[in-house]
Design a protein around this ligand. Structure first.
Ligand SMILES: [Zn+2]
Length: 495
């Protein structure tokens, strides 16, 4: 028997032991490998070259309605981790006011493998640096003050077993990259343009994705040329106008004001002391008008190529594809098994049918919490970006966030963006610098008046979503089209 099969048998024996000790539920995630690599070129110099490898097991035991969690590195601490998790749960059981329930689920036997053609961990460091240096040299110019080019890779092999009898094996891989150029404008303020590696939602997510010009490198000359216009541009004047968001900005708008407020643990108050709460209540689900009829938002765990696709979540729930907002009405939220049961218990009725498959932990030594998978705005019927511009009387097109400030319950927001293009009488005119816009979440989404078609849709990758205590940095995706909102407050008073 190899080491992995032996660990699997040992975990199964321990889960059975926990059940015989009276546990209502138990599971373990065994990371046989968790590789990460991060490369950063700063002004052409190698600023970061970090590679990490972690292995270990994380164990949960639900006993007396309370969680106990324990983890240990390697595979030698499996028995001890179960003992400690059980002890923690027994201690916690005397202290909890609300007893948690995982409920029952049918056993699942499954595997998931991220599609990869060329494993980035099989590409030599020299070849990786050659690629980044060559990209950096294309960004270089006398007038450009800062250049940052970065790439990050992960590769994980995870065994998951639980007391439902479920056994899952996952081989997960992610590739991220970003390039940024900066220069001083006429007021001495630093302006920037950036570009992140994105996906079409299809294809594979290995080294071949990073080196595909359409998805990343082919945009180097464009961001440089846009920065050149930006440093000589006028600032955006304060006023109400239409705002057209490109996917490079839409993804963060969706992330902060749809994704986070719809996390069920947040709705139930679990994140109040850290990330904040949500204006959404259990009573909102099924009736709240979140946006105009053009707003259709899905949680789509089955997108072929996204960091938010992983086959099965960390409760053992298979990926789910469902609507969160249907023609503007809030119909569901992002959830895990225990949170769905707690929501239904607290409401005294069945608010939610079952888990949304969104329990995720960032490492073996962290417990799963409710996270986003792929939270998407579905493509609409208002045509291409050009079609949307053509039907805009007075507005701006904005791309890429520079700053964001979000109400702690996600009820309002303020974003600064890298660049704006003015739109007058259906035509794109000049570039404007320092664009900002703000609004109240529900008022804003109710002013959604155009949604671009499939040609405008991009799967934007997020590699730095932070949540939980202790903090867990998570990777996910947002598939978003070009969208337009009417009568939005833009710019800053006095500018
Ligand atoms: Zn986030």
């Amino acid at each position: 028997m190899d080491a992995i099969s032996a660990a699997r048998s040992q975990i199964r024996r321990n889960i059975d032991r926990m059940v015989s000790e009276g546990a209502e539920y138990s599971d373990a995630r065994f990371f046989t490998e968790d590789w990460s690599e991060n490369l950063v070129l700063y002004d052409g110099n190698l600023e970061a070259n970090d590679t990490g490898l972690e292995t270990g097991v994380g164990v949960r035991v639900l006993w007396g309605g309370a969680w106990g969690f324990a983890a240990s590195s390697g595979s030698s601490g499996i028995d001890a981790s179960f003992d400690l998790a059980l002890r923690n749960a027994r201690t916690a059981a005397g202290l909890v006011k609300v007893k948690l329930r995982m409920g029952s689920a049918s056993p699942v036997n499954g595997t998931y493998t991220s599609p990869v053609e060329v494993d980035p961990f099989g590409v030599g460091l020299g070849d990786k640096l050659d690629f980044l240096v060559s990209l950096d040299s294309r960004l270089r110019d006398d007038w450009i003050l800062r250049r940052i080019v970065s790439a990050a890779f992960t590769r994980r092999h995870v065994l998951f077993l639980n007391s439902d009898g479920t056994e899952i094996e996952k081989r997960l891989a992610d590739t991220f990259a970003e390039m940024t150029v900066m220069a001083l404008d006429s007021d001495g303020q630093m302006q920037r343009r950036s570009m992140s590696l994105f996906s079409t939602g299809r294809g594979s997510r290995g080294w071949e994705m990073l080196t595909c010009p359409d998805l990343f490198g082919g945009h180097a000359e464009r961001i440089k040329s846009e920065l050149s216009s930006l440093i000589g541009a006028e600032p955006l004047e304060y006023g109400r106008r239409s705002v057209i968001l490109l996917p490079g900005q839409t993804f963060l708008q969706v992330h902060e004001t749809i994704g986070h407020p719809l996390e069920l643990d947040r709705i139930l108050g679990y994140e109040l002391s850290f990330a904040g709460g949500s204006f959404v209540t259990l009573d909102s689900i099924g009736s709240l008008r979140y946006g105009s009829e053009k707003l259709n938002v899905s949680s789509f765990g089955g997108i072929e190529n996204s960091p938010g696709t992983f086959g099965y979540d960390d409760d053992g729930t298979p990926e789910k594809d469902y609507m969160l907002i249907d023609s503007g009405i809030l119909v569901n939220v992002l959830s895990s098994r225990a949170m769905v049961n707690e929501a239904n218990d607290r409401a005294g009725r069945k608010v939610l049918a079952d888990s949304g498959g969104a329990a995720r932990a960032t490492a073996f030594y962290r417990a799963p919490i409710d996270r986003m998978t792929n939270v998407n705005i579905l493509p609409g019927t208002d045509g291409s970006l050009e079609d949307i511009v053509a039907s805009t009387a007075d507005g701006i097109i904005v791309d890429n966030p520079t700053s964001w400030s979000i109400g702690s319950n996600r009820e309002h927001f303020h974003f600064g963006c890298e660049i704006a293009w003015e739109v007058k009488d259906g035509r794109r005119t000049r570039i404007l610098r320092n664009p900002t816009y703000q609004g109240h979440t529900l008022e804003f989404y109710n002013s959604l008046d155009a949604v671009g078609d499939e040609s405008t849709w991009r799967l934007m990758q997020v590699d730095n979503c932070g949540k939980g205590e202790p903090n867990q940095v998570m990777q996910l995706g947002h598939g978003v089209p070009v969208v337009r909102f009417g009568n939005v407050i833009t710019g800053e008073r006095g500018q």
